[in-house]
Design a protein around this ligand. Structure first.
Ligand code: FPP
Length: 242
């Protein structure tokens, strides 16, 4: 029922690791990484941007089919206006500048969440990037932007109400979430030592394996990613069965 692909052909993997089809990451700890170095929080986010790019590269080289990253939550609006402005600017510039490389790697882009709440320049730039990468057939990079798991479920239910549905099934909800067409993540990684989901992909993670890394997001690298995948490979997934 659930096919798990054994990877043996990639030289850096000396174990028979089972690489998840979909990895979702809560990139946490940028602020603490910066504080530790006496730097402003925004420097932490910039370093987090580098880590994001390296992780996309690493997941792509491991033949992960979907990578989802939590970049801005529906709760992140509580941060200072300055931090939000820098964060949003940084994210859209990172994405726009990274498009040629994503193109070369045959990666397509999906946004999860109400990204249209951002300023017009950001929205136009994000949509341009999606459009450029539209026909790529390799990994799908999903960026959760102004995303919340609870808002995602409300979004699905409202879509269903508008379509006139009176009785709603699990399948209906799955097919109306921002993640429509994307399989649930087998592995969710959160960095920085915090151990919670913080409103990330609540519906989609019902049976995900969770991995908590103690490193701050800017220090997350391919070695850490492989450690998480190694831990996942050893899990016994029963999905409620015996
Ligand atoms: C959490 O660290 C991180 C974020 C809220 C933002 C994540 C953004 C990036 C990694 C920038 C690049 C992203 C893309 C998609 C190009 P925190 O600020 O909550 O850290 P703290 O908990 O230590 O304060």
């Amino acid at each position: 029922m659930f096919k798990r692909k054994k990877i043996t052909a990639i030289s850096e993997l000396n174990n028979n690791l089972i690489v998840p089809k979909h990895i979702a990451i809560i990139m946490d700890g940028n602020g603490r990484w910066a504080k530790q170095r006496g730097l402003p929080r925004t420097a932490g986010h910039a370093a987090g941007g580098e880590s994001f790019i390296n992780t996309v590269d690493a997941c792509n080289s491991l033949r992960v089919k979907y990578l989802t990253v939590f970049a801005f939550s529906t709760e992140n609006w509580k941060r200072s206006e300055d931090e939000i402005k820098t964060l949003v600017e940084l994210m859209h510039k990172y994405i726009a500048n990274y498009v040629p490389k994503l193109m070369e790697l045959n990666i397509s882009l999906r946004l999860l969440g109400d990204y249209k709440a951002f300023d017009a320049v950001t929205v136009t730039s994000l949509e341009k990037s999606i459009d450029t990468l539209r026909n790529n057939t390799g990994m799908t990079l999903c960026i959760a932007l102004n995303y919340g798991g609870k808002a995602d479920i409300c979004y699905a239910v409202n879509n269903l109400i508008q379509s006139g549905k009176r009785v709603i099934t699990e399948k209906d909800i799955t097919e109306n979430l921002y993640t429509v067409g994307i399989p649930d993540p087998e592995l969710v990684i959160r960095t920085s030592g915090e151990e919670r989901l913080s409103n990330f992909l609540l519906w989609q993670t019902a049976y995900s394996e969770l991995y908590f890394s103690t490193v701050y997001w800017p220090d997350f690298d391919k070695k850490e990613l492989l450690t998480a995948i190694e831990s996942y490979s050893k899990r016994n997934r029963r999905f409620g069965g015996a």
